[in-house]
Write a protein that binds this ligand. Structure first.
Ligand code: CO
Length: 136
């Protein structure tokens, strides 16, 4: 499998509205777009920084895994997403190596990209996402 760069860093927040001015006005890096992902119970905001993006994640209901994360750990870094050129090949490779994934087939993520998460027990405490496609 070939990883070219960090696609994005996911950060769990309680309220996009409260956090966005810090990035936009404080750090001076504008939010490119926001998107609602109803099936994941999330509102996300993407902030490009070079080849990478910051992905702010706000849960829209208690059914969101990000809601659970905020309750347990508070606001902060939630996951790191690596960009891969072939997600099916990456999944097959990791499974063959005995690493666990949260699903065997890619899901459709923000912007129509293909995504999959590794199980944190297989990635030493860091939730890792693999992304194929442009996203945004
Ligand atoms: Co992500």
């Amino acid at each position: 499998m070939a990883i070219s760069h960090i696609d994005h860093i996911g950060i769990a927040v309680s309220s996009l509205e409260n956090v966005m001015p810090f990035y936009e006005k404080g750090l001076g890096i504008p939010v490119k777009e926001t998107e609602e992902l109803p099936d994941k119970h999330l509102k996300v905001a993407f902030i490009p920084v070079g080849d990478t993006r910051i992905e702010l994640l706000e849960p829209t209901s208690e059914a969101s895994t990000v809601h659970t994360f905020l309750q347990k750990r508070g606001e902060g870094i939630h996951h790191i997403a690596y960009h891969v050129d072939d997600i099916e090949a990456a999944i097959a490779h990791l499974k063959e190596m005995g690493y666990r994934l949260l699903s065997d087939t890619p899901e459709i993520g923000a912007g129509g990209s293909k995504i999959v998460f590794l199980h944190p027990k297989s990635s030493f405490g860091v939730l890792i996402e693999l992304v194929e496609g442009e996203g945004h």
